[in-house]
Design a protein around this ligand. Sequence first.
Ligand SMILES: Cc1cc2nc3c(=O)[nH]c(=O)nc-3n(C[C@H](O)[C@H](O)[C@H](O)COP(=O)(O)O)c2cc1C
Length: 164
Amino acid sequence: MKALVAYYSDTGNTEKLARALCEAIHFENEIKSIPEIQSADGYDIIFCGFPVQAQSVPRKAQDFIKGLPAGQKVAFFSTHGSLRGGQLPRQAFEHAIGLASKASVLGHFGCRGQVRQNIIDALMKKPEHKAWAEEALSAAGHPDSQDLADGKKFAQEMLAKMSR
Ligand SMILES: Cc1cc2nc3c(=O)[nH]c(=O)nc-3n(C[C@H](O)[C@H](O)[C@H](O)COP(=O)(O)O)c2cc1C
């Protein structure tokens, strides 16, 4: 058994969650930032993580997801400024699932990730960003220890699903 935790992260939130997921995998595993991945072949499961950007998946993560091998078991995770479990972050997962059309998607997990105040202030002025930027005001301190514990639980659930 071999797992890859592949993540894209601009400010470190998604990387933090990726490292927590990795700790929950008790067999051979690798953790890599998406831009440094040469090949996604040869893994029994790939955990693929990204920050939600403009209600969607960042370009570099999109390209990686599109190139996942046919039949590849994949579990998505993300961090986002908007509220957990809401419609805003769900849109990005729906997009990711659509891009992974050849892969077998086992599930997804999202938690909040803090956004720097100056970025929120700037984006709040743009109508297309206002909704999530308002929610992001209360994301300070995330991902926190509860988010990371929930992420580990998610990883274990995905591993259990994989071996079924
Ligand atoms: C340019 C930009 C666009 C963003 N767009 C969204 C968004 O549409 N919805 C959302 O919930 N959070 C959005 N965020 C917040 C990030 O998803 C959040 O801070 C995330 O945890 C960043 O992860 P990272 O540190 O791994 O890059 C945006 C952040 C930036 C900088």
